[in-house]
Design a protein around this ligand. Structure first.
Ligand code: NDP
Length: 438
């Protein structure tokens, strides 16, 4: 704790994993003897840098850039870049730590890393975003590469930002190295189904949890928080599986539409106009049954539902929210975001017998499809949407089954948190043992 003072989210993520590992080291004492767990809690490398850029009024701004290269035991570091004013080293470390186990769970050869900046893209012009991305890459390019570290998007970083960063990387290195970034546009090496992958993947995972009790999405009422990349494609897939999504949100508040959300309208507001979710209720008009609630006036988790899919940000669903959801009859919770449920909320769900899919397993579809994008880049190939989605669905089924089976094997049946932590840890631990003390 002293070594990582003030890094609350990192402590939270580490504690959650360590709580599961007692069962493993009891069976495999060599993991303890070789200090594997301590090594895994210390990133291999942390890079912090200055990002100067000029706004449209010629005012100079300074942001802070981060790349935490957590573990390369399984392959090149892999993990997204987050642009959000809340970003600090503790948040990037928690994300990189989680990413290491998540990537191992996919069964694909990728290590763990994460990065980003405290830059706030909200309200910035296209030109400002481009200048920021170019300045950010002007330092980051030294530390990444197809065989070294392969960043992708996360909050505030989508295809537009990846495009600006890829252009700058290409210009600085004079190399067309398609596999250096994932989440690219379809015209220059991007993969079909990558944009949809995290939301689709969480929906496949949550459906697999429901199916263990003979349930499915069909006819279920669902609440999805957020209205960004993960949330939008979660809503799309849940609707395809027959679920009725009645609420989503942004950081200002949430909307409810008892008739089921009009996804096209959500996409028009968030993806095309980059507007606020409050506009949904206004555009639907009075008498439509749709309404908006400011975040100061309530929580999206007050809306009764059978399946909850938190897809916005860390610690957005508290113990109190969990109690409300349980009271309202929630059956399953699939984490689309990283660590959206607090430890109190997770405990409450588990004690109440609610199926709980932790983010490092449930939202692994995004990074898995990024690895599929790398495969296509390396083989100079381009797969159809259907082929990529079929592979994604198979990977999510495998992740579900391996978490489920591992939890049973280690005496915690039905506990997907323990299953994911233990299965992910063992996959990273084995190559580390083989490499010796490095
Ligand atoms: P986006 O930036 O596309 O969207 C984030 C959404 O969450 C926005 O609608 C944002 O609203 C909302 N939000 C942010 N803070 C809050 C809050 N406190 N309360 C309610 N809503 C909030 O990001 P992504 O969809 O890509 O990422 C969402 C989560 O999923 C993150 O935790 C990310 O790490 C995780 N994730 C993403 C993956 C991906 O492939 N994109 C892969 C795996 C995990 P506003 O516009 O107001 O900020």
């Amino acid at each position: 704790l002293r070594r990582n003072a003030g890094e609350a989210e990192f402590h939270q993520a580490v504690r959650e994993v360590l709580e599961s590992l007692g069962r493993v080291v009891a069976k495999r004492p060599e993991y303890l003897e070789s200090s594997l767990i301590e090594r895994l809690c210390e990133p291999e490398r942390q890079i912090i840098f200055r990002v100067p850029w000029t706004d449209d009024q010629n005012k100079v701004h300074i942001n802070r850039g981060f790349r935490v290269q957590f573990s390369s035991a399984m392959g090149p570091y892999k993990g997204g870049l987050r642009f959000h004013p809340s970003v600090n080293v503790g948040i990037i470390k928690f994300l990189g730590f989680e990413q290491t186990f998540k990537n191992a769970l996919t069964g694909l050869p990728i290590g763990g890393g994460k990065g980003g900046s405290d830059f706030d893209p909200k309200g910035r012009s296209e030109a400002e975003v481009m200048r920021f991305c170019q300045s950010f890459m002007s330092e980051l390019y030294r530390h990444i590469g197809e065989y070294t570290d392969v960043p992708a998007g996360d909050m505030g970083v989508g295809a537009r930002e990846i495009g600006y960063m890829f252009g700058q990387y290409k210009r600085l290195t004079n190399r067309y190295e398609a596999g250096v970034l994932t989440g690219k546009g379809l015209f220059y090496g991007g993969s079909l189904a990558r944009k949809e992958a995290t939301g689709y993947g969480n929906t496949y995972f949550t459906r697999a949890m429901l199916q263990t009790d003979g349930n499915d999405f069909d006819g279920k009422t669902v609440v999805v928080s957020g209205s960004g990349n993960v949330a939008i494609y979660t809503i799309e897939k849940v609707q395809e599986f027959g679920g009725k999504v009645i609420a989503c949100s942004d950081s200002s508040g949430y909307i409810v539409d008892e008739n089921g959300l009009d996804l096209e309208l959500v996409q028009q507001i968030k993806e095309v106009r980059r507007g606020r979710i409050s506009e949904y209720a206004r555009l639907k008009g009075e008498g439509s049954g749709a309404y908006y609630v400011k975040s100061a006036d309530g929580s999206i988790w007050d809306v009764p539902c059978q399946v909850a899919m938190p897809s916005a940000t860390q610690n957005e669903l508290t113990g109190k929210d969990a109690k409300t959801l349980i009271k309202n009859g929630v059956l399953a919770v699939g984490e689309g975001a990283n660590m959206p449920c607090t430890p109190e909320a997770i405990r409450a769900f588990q004690q109440a017998g609610v199926k709980f899919g932790p983010g490092k397993a449930a939202n692994a579809g995004g990074v898995a499809t990024s690895a599929l994008e790398m495969q296509q880049n390396a083989s100079r190939d381009r797969w159809t949407f259907e082929k990529t989605e079929t592979k994604l669905a198979d990977i999510m089924r495998d992740i579900h089954d391996s978490c489920y089976a591992t939890a049973e094997e280690y005496g915690a049946p039905g506990d997907y948190v323990a299953g994911a932590n233990i299965a992910g840890f063992i996959r990273v631990a084995e190559p580390m043992l083989a490499f010796g003390v490095i």
